[in-house]
Design a protein around this ligand. Structure first.
Ligand code: ADP
Length: 460
C-alpha cells in the first residue's frame, strides 16, 4: 500500500516535471529568452537527479543489500544479516532473508553440536574404529585405534588402507567386506611391549540409500583378556585331567593286577590294596581342593564372619599335625599374643593355617623348625609361618600361588600335595580383603605371611 503510494508519488513528480519543462520551454520560446530556457532546464535536471537518487535509495540499494546478504549466506556465513530498515516489499524481503539466516545459523550450530557429540563418542569408544570410502581411502581413525596400532591421525587419514596397515588379516577383512558386502570377522595378534595383544577386527559395509556400496567401517576389539581367560581355562582343564588321570591309572592298574593274579598272594594283596587306598585318598584330597576353589569362586560367595581369638584357632588346628610333626621330629614354636582378636571367617582361616602348616611340615626335613607368629597393627593382623625347610628358588616365587604350580612335581606328589594349597590360601586371604606373601631362601627355609584387615570396612 505504502509502496504503491510512493510509486504514484514518483509518477506524479515525473508528470509535473515534464509539464513544467514543456511550459518552461514554450514560455522561453515565446519570450525568446534562452537564459530562462537554460535555467529552467538546469533546475529541471537537478530535480530529476534528486528524484532518481531518491528512487535509487528506495528500490535499487535494498536489492543490492539483499543480494549481498544472500551471497554471504550462500558462502556459508550464516551470521550475515540485512541491517537496513526498509519498508514495504523490500522490508518484507529483508526480514525473510534475516529469518532464513537465523534458521540456517541454528541448523549449522545443531549440526556442529551433533558432529562434536559424534566425534566424542567415536573417540571415547572402547573399540578402535576406521572409516574407509569405497576406494579404500581412510577417512577417519579414532583414538583407541591409534592406541592399539600407534601413530597419529595424519599417518592414516587420506591414505589407502593397504599402504598404512601392514596386517594381512586387515587387508583380507576389507577385501571380503567389499566383495561379499556383509560383515566379516577376523583376528590378529599384535606384539606390544613384550606381550601379545589379541584383536578381533570386524569389517561392516556401508551402503547409500540406493543400496550401493559407499565404504566400510572397521571395528577393532581388544580380546586379550578373553583370550587369557580362555588359555587359563584350557590349562586348568588340562591340569585337572592330568592330576585325576595319574591316581586313577594307578588304581585301575593295581586293581586289575589284583583281580588277575594277586588275590592268591596275601603279601601282594595287602601291598596293592594299600596303594589303591593311598591313591584313592589322593583323589579325595584333590577333589576336595577343587571343590573348595570352585566354592570360593562362585558368584555371590560370602564369608561367615565371627570374632576370632587367634591363639585358640591355632591350638585347634595343630593337633591334626601332631603325628607328622612327631614322625619328622620337627619342633613347632608358637608366639602369638593372647590379646589378638579380629573379625574373619573362622573355617576359612583354619583352612589357611592348615594349608600353610601342611606345606611347612612337608617341605621341612627331619629335625627342622617351624615357627607360628602373629603381630597386629592398628588396621591389620600379620600371621607368619616360617620353616627351616628346602626353600623356594627365587625365580619361581612369583608363580608359587598359581594353581597346580609346583617347584618339584615328584616331591609334591610324594608328600600328597595337590598343587592347589597355596592358590586356596591366596584366594581366601583376598576374599577377606588381605593378601599373602612369601620370603624364601633355597635350602634355608621359607616364611609365608598372611595379612588380614581387622577392619571389616576394608573387605571388598
Ligand atoms: P602342594 O600341594 O604341591 O604343596 P601348594 O600350592 O601348597 O601345593 O604349594 C605349591 C608349591 O610351592 C609346592 O609344590 C612346593 O613346591 C612349594 N612350596 C609351598 N610351600 C613351601 C614351603 N613351605 N617350602 C618350600 N616349598 C614350598
Amino acid at each position: 500500500m505504502n509502496e504503491s503510494f510512493s510509486k504514484l508519488k514518483f509518477a506524479y513528480a515525473f508528470a509535473i516535471l515534464i509539464i513544467m519543462a514543456i511550459v518552461g520551454a514554450v514560455l522561453s520560446l515565446i519570450v525568446e529568452d534562452y537564459i530562462i530556457l537554460i535555467s529552467v532546464l538546469g533546475i529541471l535536471y537537478i530535480l530529476l537527479l534528486i528524484i532518481l537518487l531518491n528512487a535509487f535509495h528506495k528500490y535499487i540499494k535494498p536489492i543490492q543489500v539483499a543480494s549481498k546478504t544472500m551471497g554471504e549466506l550462500l558462502k556459508g556465513n550464516y551470521r550475515a544479516r540485512v541491517h537496513h530498515p526498509f519498508n514495504g516489499s523490500i522490508g518484507d524481503l529483508s526480514r525473510q532473508i534475516n529469518e532464513l539466516a537465523r534458521n540456517l545459523s541454528e541448523l549449522s550450530i545443531n549440526e556442529q553440536m551433533q558432529a562434536d557429540q559424534l566425534k566424542t563418542v567415536i573417540d571415547n569408544t572402547e573399540s578402535g574404529l576406521v572409516l574407509l570410502d569405497e576406494k579404500g581411502y581412510i577417512h577417519l581413525v579414532n583414538r583407541k585405534f591409534l592406541s592399539m596400532f600407534g601413530g597419529q591421525q595424519r599417518d592414516y587419514v587420506g591414505y589407502l588402507y593397504y599402504d598404512v596397515m601392514r596386517q594381512t588379516a586387515i587387508h583380507r577383512t576389507v577385501q571380503e567386506t567389499f566383495l561379499y558386502e556383509k560383515n566379516v570377522k577376523k583376528s590378529i595378534t599384535l606384539d606390544k611391549d613384550t606381550r601379545h595383544m589379541y584383536i578381533e577386527v570386524v569389517g561392516a559395509p556401508i551402503f547409500t540409500e540406493r543400496k550401493l556400496l559407499k565404504g566400510a567401517v572397521l571395528a577393532f576389539y581388544d580380546i586379550t583378556d578373553f583370550k587369557n581367560v580362555e588359555v587359563m581355562r584350557k590349562d586348568f582343564v588340562a591340569n585337572v585331567s592330568h592330576e585325576l588321570k595319574t591316581p586313577i591309572t594307578s588304581i585301575t592298574g593295581f586293581a586289575e593286577t589284583l583281580l588277575d593274579e594277586g588275590l592268591s598272594n596275601p603279601e601282594i594283596n595287602r601291598q596293592f590294596t594299600e596303594i589303591i587306598y593311598n591313591e584313592s585318598n589322593r583323589l579325595q584330597v584333590l577333589i576336595n581342593d577343587l571343590l573348595t576353589l570352585s566354592k570360593l569362586e562362585q558368584e555371590g560367595f560370602t564369608l561367615s564372619y565371627s570374632d576370632i581369638h587367634l591363639i585358640t584357632i591355632v591350638n585347634e588346628v595343630l593337633p591334626a599335625f601332631k603325628q607328622k610333626i612327631a614322625e619328622k621330629d620337627i619342633s613347632v614354636d608358637t608366639s602369638i599374643s593372647d590379646s589378638i582378636h579380629f573379625i574373619a571367617d573362622q573355617e576359612k582361616l583354619k583352612q589357611i593355617l592348615i594349608n600353610l602348616l601342611a606345606n611347612a611340615i612337608n617341605y621341612t626335613p627331619e629335625q627342622g623348625k617351624i615357627k607360628i607368629q602373629a603381630v597386629e597393627s592398628e588396621d591389620d593382623v600379620h600371621i607368619m609361618i616360617s620353616d627351616t625347610g628346602i626353600g623356594i628358588p627365587q625365580d619361581v616365587t612369583p608363580r608359587i600361588f598359581e594353581r597346580f604350580f609346583r617347584v618339584d612335581k615328584a616331591r609334591s606328589r610324594d608328600t600328597g600335595g595337590t598343587g592347589l594349597g597355596l592358590a586356596i590360601v591366596k584366594h581366601i586371604s583376598e576374599l577377606h580383603g588381605g593378601h599373602v606373601t612369601v620370603e624364601s631362601e633355597l635350602n634355608k627355609g621359607s616364611t609365608f605371611t598372611v595379612v588380614l584387615p581387622k577392619n571389616l570396612d576394608k573387605v571388598k
